[in-house]
Design a protein around this ligand. Structure first.
Ligand SMILES: *[C@@H]1O[C@H](CO)[C@@H](O)[C@H](O)[C@H]1NC(C)=O
Ligand SMILES: *[C@@H]1O[C@H](CO)[C@@H](O)[C@H](O)[C@H]1NC(C)=O
Ligand SMILES: *[C@@H]1O[C@H](CO)[C@@H](O)[C@H](O)[C@H]1NC(C)=O
Ligand SMILES: *[C@@H]1O[C@H](CO)[C@@H](O)[C@H](O)[C@H]1NC(C)=O
Ligand SMILES: *[C@@H]1O[C@H](CO)[C@@H](O)[C@H](O)[C@H]1NC(C)=O
Ligand SMILES: *[C@@H]1O[C@H](CO)[C@@H](O)[C@H](O)[C@H]1NC(C)=O
Ligand SMILES: *[C@@H]1O[C@H](CO)[C@@H](O)[C@H](O)[C@H]1NC(C)=O
Length: 371
């Protein structure tokens, strides 16, 4: 039955698109799992772990982008955990990242270990069975993700990266205990290149704890890869990253300059986009609205066809009474057009999804552990 196909194809595509848009996940950069659960595997442990992860996940809407907690009765056998979101991300992005991390860490990355650290593009999640690790640094387990390409002007590039980082470390470490220890800066290298940098510590570190954590990373950067056109340095308690593009979402005075924007400015009186909100959710809404529109048009067309079929039967009946017949050819031609239209729709959809996929592509190479 042709009209059935015509109305179901777009519906299925529409639902598939919705699924692909809502499952946009954060990018896992690196992870480290410790200590097999074999010696402690019992139901109390699992219950505690689930409780810990769900309480971290449900607290991820906090403005601070940080939360630490423990689950369990006996402090020696509790599970301690924390998450930290990158200092610039919105509460929504933070929540999505922590939700992804708490799910993937046990299902995918560390299913049989009792301690884990996992770094995502926008958040860090860490937990451990046993004594608390809060307010301590762990310099044993660091990761580095490098761009792999050296700057042409290697020495002056490295110099600028290191100077910028030293300044950022001083700023981030200067924040008092419990405050957001985050600093970002853009440094102009030459007419065509700007270096975007950020550093961040877990807020439960002391000033000196944060300073020594970040200094450890800057030392690595100086010794190894500071000449590369981008890099991410991860420690369980702090991170450092720089790129040649604006990877963070901080609104600076520079952004308020009349530069070309992707979307028309909001009408007067309308609320402006929240500070630091990325364009992706807006694009997603536009795409979904467009899909709904296409779906409605196709639905209307198939409805029209159905009506024509009914009218055709009616006409055939009338034909015996000498009335005009609706030709079968014209009906088939219409169907062919609609089939072509749905094929085209399906191709467009693929291209659209490819576009979203590419946002995450080609940023960095494979993680390399230092230890
Ligand atoms: C792993 O287990 C050892 C011995 O029980 C302990 O000392 C260590 O802290 C544990 N590692 C982590 C990351 O919890
Ligand atoms: C599970 O582990 C906890 C803490 O190690 C312990 O107190 C409890 O007795 C254990 N339960 C079982 C059923 O082994
Ligand atoms: C945050 O976590 C605590 C447990 O540590 C939990 O009791 C509380 O409900 C959570 N907050 C929210 C907003 O869910
Ligand atoms: C926790 O461990 C410490 C040292 O191993 C021990 O002295 C203490 O009694 C333990 N606490 C509990 C509640 O079991
Ligand atoms: C980048 O420069 C470093 C020296 O700072 C050198 O050891 C390395 O081989 C260079 N890498 C590439 C890909 O040229
Ligand atoms: C700016 O620096 C980059 C990286 O070293 C280099 O590739 C580029 O040619 C430089 N541009 C100018 C205008 O000097
Ligand atoms: C550190 O903070 C104090 C105020 O708390 C401020 O006066 C000082 O300039 C800050 N230092 C840096 C390097 O940001």
């Amino acid at each position: 039955m042709p009209s059935f196909n015509v109305s179901v194809v777009p519906l299925v595509l529409f639902l598939l698109c919705l699924l692909s848009f809502t499952s946009e996940a954060d990018r896992q950069l690196a992870h480290k799992c410790f200590n097999q659960t074999t010696s402690i595997a019992n139901s109390t442990y699992r219950t505690n772990l689930n409780q810990l992860l769900s309480s971290l996940s449900s607290n991820a809407t906090r403005e601070s982008g940080f939360y630490n907690t423990a689950a369990g009765q006996n402090p020696n056998t509790s599970i301690y955990g924390l998450f930290l979101c990158r200092g610039d991300v919105t509460a929504d992005d933070c929540q999505n990242c922590v939700a992804t991390a708490t799910k993937e860490v046990v299902q995918q990355y560390c299913p049989s270990e009792s301690a884990a650290v996992i770094w995502y593009d926008k958040c860090i999640l860490r937990y451990s069975y046993g004594p608390s690790f809060f307010s301590t640094t762990d310099e044993e387990h660091r990761f580095y993700l490098g761009n792999g390409v050296n700057a042409t002007d290697l020495d002056s590039f490295r110099q600028l990266v290191l100077t910028t980082m030293s300044e950022l470390v001083a700023r981030a470490a200067n924040a008092s205990y419990g405050a957001k220890k985050f600093a970002a800066k853009e440094a102009i290298f030459n007419e065509s290149q700007t270096i975007y940098s950020l550093v961040q510590c877990i807020p439960d570190l002391s000033r000196s704890g944060c300073d020594s954590c970040l200094q450890g990373l800057v030392t690595k950067l100086a010794a190894c890869c500071g000449g590369q056109l981008g890099g991410t340095y991860m420690d369980p308690s702090c991170i450092l990253r720089y790129e040649m593009y604006r990877f963070y979402q901080i609104q600076s005075t520079l952004e308020l300059a009349p530069t070309p924007v992707l979307l028309p400015p909001p009408a007067p009186g309308q609320r402006t986009r929240p500070k630091g909100k990325s364009l992706i959710p807006l694009l997603r809404i536009v795409a979904i609205v467009a899909l709904i529109a296409v779906f409605l048009i196709l639905f209307a067309m198939s409805y029209y066809l159905l009506r024509r079929r009914v009218r055709k039967k009616f006409n055939s009946l009338l034909d015996e009474n000498g009335n005009e017949i609706t030709s079968i050819e014209s009906l088939q031609f219409d169907l062919a057009t609609i089939k072509a239209a749905t094929n085209q729709f399906s191709d467009d959809n693929k291209v659209g999804r490819g576009g979203f996929g590419e946002v995450y592509k080609g940023m960095n190479s494979v993680p390399t552990g230092w230890n």
